[in-house]
Design a protein around this ligand. Structure first.
Ligand code: NAP
Length: 250
C-alpha cells in the first residue's frame, strides 16, 4: 500500500522561503525527502534550510527569481544538479496575490502575476516532467486558491491565473500520467502566512464564508500537499484537492 514516507526522494519547492512553501519544505523533509528550498531571499531561505537541518533533515537553498523564464530554467538545472541528477517531486507554490479593481491593475502587474503564477510552473514542468516520465515516476503538486473556483470581485487577475494553473494540472495529468507522473493541485483557502500578514480582516471575512469558520495555518495546507506528493496518493491523478475549510463545498 502507499505510504506518506518520502525517504530518498528529491523535492523542489518554489516559494519555500515563506508561508505555505516553508511549511511544506519542513514537512517533506520530516518525511525523509531531500528538499530544495527555492526563493529570492537568501536569508529567509537559509533559515528554512537551517531549521530543517537542525531537525536532522536534508535541505539546500536555491536562489531564483521566477519572473524570468531563463531564471526558471536555470533553477530546474540547479535543482537537478543538487539532487544528484534528478528531481522526484515538484511543488509549484511560489505565487503573488494582488487584489483590486480590474481597472486599477497596471499592464506590468498583469504580466508579473501571470509570469510568476502561470509561466513559472509551466516552464518548470517543461524542464522537469520529461525526465520524471522517462524514469516512470514523479509527483507534481500545484498550489491554487478558492478564488479560482468562483468569481470574486477584486480577484479577477489572481483568480484567473490560478484557474489556469488548475486546468494545467488536469492537462499535465493527461500528458504525463500515462508515464507514471502524477500531477495534482491543492486549492487553498485563506491562510495565515507572512504574505497575508496585515490582512487579518480580509482573511477573517473570507474564512467566515466557510464551514471551518477560520483561516488555515500553513501547516494544514502543507499536509494536503505532502499527501499528494506521496505514494499514499498513488491512484490520484489530475485532482484539485480543496484544503479550504469547506468554502467551495457550500
Ligand atoms: P507568501 O508568504 O507571500 O510567500 C510567497 C513565496 O513566493 C515566498 O517564498 C517568496 O519568496 C516567493 N516568491 C514571491 N515572488 C517571487 C519571485 N518573483 N520569484 C521567486 N519566488 C518568489 O505566500 P503564501 O501566502 O504562503 O502563498 C503561497 C502560495 O499559496 C501562493 O501561490 C498563493 O497564491 C497560494 N495561496 C495562498 C493563500 C493565503 O491565504 N496565504 C490562499 C490560497 C492560495 P522570496 O520572497 O524569497 O522570493
Amino acid at each position: 500500500m502507499g505510504s506518506l514516507d518520502l525517504t530518498g526522494r528529491v523535492a523542489l519547492v518554489t516559494g519555500a522561503t515563506s508561508g505555505i512553501g516553508a511549511a511544506t519544505a519542513a514537512l517533506l523533509a520530516q518525511r525523509g525527502a531531500h528538499v530544495l528550498v527555492a526563493g529570492r531571499d537568501s536569508s529567509r531561505g537559509e533559515s528554512v534550510v537551517a531549521a530543517i537541518r537542525g531537525r536532522g533533515g536534508k535541505a539546500d537553498f536555491v536562489a531564483a527569481d521566477l519572473r524570468e523564464a531563463q531564471s526558471v530554467r536555470q533553477l530546474a538545472r540547479r535543482a537537478v544538479d543538487l539532487g544528484s541528477g534528478r528531481v522526484d517531486i515538484l511543488v509549484n507554490n511560489a505565487g503573488i496575490y494582488p487584489f483590486g479593481p480590474t481597472e486599477k491593475a497596471a499592464e506590468g502587474e498583469v504580466d508579473t502575476v501571470y509570469a510568476l503564477n502561470v509561466k513559472a510552473p509551466f516552464h518548470l514542468v517543461a524542464e522537469l516532467a520529461p525526465a520524471m516520465a522517462e524514469r516512470g515516476s514523479g509527483a507534481i503538486v500545484n498550489v491554487s486558491t478558492v478564488v479560482a473556483a468562483y468569481g470574486a470581485a477584486g480577484m479577477a487577475l489572481y483568480g484567473s491565473s490560478k484557474a489556469a494553473v488548475e486546468l494545467l494540472t488536469k492537462a499535465w495529468a493527461a500528458e504525463y500520467g500515462p508515464r507514471g507522473v502524477r500531477v495534482n493541485a491543492v486549492r487553498s483557502g485563506p491562510t495565515r502566512t507572512e504574505g497575508t500578514a496585515g490582512m487579518d480582516e480580509e482573511l477573517a471575512a473570507l474564512a467566515a464564508q466557510a464551514p471551518a469558520g477560520r483561516p488555515a495555518e500553513p501547516e494544514e495546507i502543507a499536509e494536503a500537499i505532502a499527501y499528494l506528493a506521496s505514494d499514499a496518493a498513488s491512484f490520484v491523478h489530475g485532482a484539485v484537492l480543496p484544503a479550504d475549510g469547506g468554502r467551495t463545498a457550500v
